[in-house]
Design a protein. Structure first.
Length: 398
């Protein structure tokens, strides 16, 4: 397969904010792997990106011709077969949605789709086009990634005599995994424990479940199925059908359900997220493309939290809350259902988390993970600060 270029479809990117403020669509984690990592694993080559200009330095496009693929589409056997049949003068579509086409090195936008013969997919692929699709398709994606990552390999053994295992054939441990007195139930789906991860005493885990490299499940955690905890994260309490991208902590008691948490986030002790309305009505969620709330059609939908956001102890999030990038939330009561990026406050009101103060905190957080806060990170976040200024209505002069 020719070198793959994963492109952001503008309409899809907008529907995946706040997560795509700080990353291309292809860098979203769903299942065990990021979308980009799935395509890399299948193609056997690194992928590159066609994304927003301010993200180019961190997520570059390589030189040469490419097979351009809409980053919202998850790879499958059927989709790969369709790509292999694609000619250079053809473009693959799902209805009106561009899926894939060959692109020359000098082509910088998606106009090349209009110059090719359209070919329609004859099946429905898995397609991430809304934030809630990330958790909605997560169980399916864990199963797919589990097969991709473990085929032909042998799991490390579980040697702890006090750990109880159901359906051990559906459990895979990478090197360096530590488990003490836990219950792993993989009857409903696979359980994948990444390299040097740890499951502490008294933890209850149901598959499908994925734990990233270097991550920790704290004592007594209750982790339900269709849940992913990305690399270098710590989790505790109760989590159900949620995705934590990585480098984030929910280390204490409290419930998180039907939610997506970005990178470098922290949920304070006893933070709770409602994922069901009292009247069982479909949940509405803030939609950046509409500038208002959109009906998800889902009965269960919790919290969408962008990168670098934090909340204090005992924070209560209402059903269908969206938190932008770099927010800091604290105080009594339920904060509003849409919290703009770089907000500071809670139910009592918000002010702006100044960019200088944000960077000061981010440097400390990065150092705790032995990461360096560099100029590229700062430039991206500074751009996001400016892009989201209009949402911070309290800053507007009258």
């Amino acid at each position: 397969m020719k070198q793959i270029l994963l492109f952001d479809d503008p309409a899809i990117r907008g529907s995946l904010l706040p997560f795509t403020f700080t990353r291309p669509v292809a860098e979203i984690r769903v299942g065990i792997l990021k979308i980009s990592e799935k395509w890399e694993k299948i193609s056997g080559n690194p992928v590159s990106f066609l994304t927003q200009p301010y993200l180019d330095k961190k997520f570059p496009r390589t030189e040469g011709d490419h097979l351009a693929i809409n980053a919202g589409f998850l790879p499958s056997k059927e989709l790969i077969q369709s790509l292999k049949k694609l000619d250079s003068d053809e473009a693959l579509f799902l209805g009106k949605i561009p899926v894939a086409a060959y692109i020359g090195e000098t082509e910088k936008n998606l106009s090349f789709f209009s110059n090719k013969k359209p070919v329609q997919l004859d099946f429905q692929p898995t397609f991430i086009q809304h934030t809630w699709d990330i958790f909605r398709f997560n169980g399916e994606a864990i199963r797919s990634d589990f097969g991709l990552l473990t085929a032909g390999r042998t799991s490390q053994a579980i040697t702890d005599p006090h750990t109880i295992v159901y359906s051990p054939e559906n459990i895979f441990l990478e090197e360096g995994v530590k488990i003490k007195a836990a219950v792993l139930n993989a009857e409903g789906g696979p359980i994948y424990l990444g390299k040097n991860s740890e499951v502490q005493e008294g933890s209850l885990i149901r598959g499908p479940f994925a734990l990233g490299e270097g991550s920790t499940v704290n004592m007594g955690a209750k982790l339900r199925g269709d849940t992913t905890v990305g690399p270098y994260s710590k989790v505790g309490g109760e989590i159900s059908n949620s995705v934590i991208f990585g480098y984030s902590n929910k280390g204490h008691e409290g419930f998180l359900g039907n939610s997506v948490i970005g990178e470098w986030c922290n949920l304070g002790a006893d933070t709770n997220t409602s994922n069901l309305k009292n009247n069982y009505a479909p949940v509405k969620l803030w939609d950046y493309t509409k500038g208002g709330f959109a009906n998800t059609g889902l009965q269960f939908c919790g919290l969408m939290m962008g990168d670098h956001s934090k909340c204090g102890i005992n924070t209560m999030f209402n059903t269908g809350t969206v938190v932008g990038v770099g927010a800091n939330i604290f105080g009594d009561g339920f904060p509003r259902n849409f919290i703009p990026s770089f907000s500071w406050g809670g139910a009592a009101g918000f002010s702006t988390f100044s960019f200088a103060k944000f960077v000061e905190a981010a440097r400390v957080v990065f150092s705790r993970r032995s990461k360096e806060w560099d100029a590229t990170e700062q430039e991206i976040l500074e751009q996001v600060f400016e892009l989201t200024r209009n949402y911070r209505i309290w800053d507007k002069t009258t």
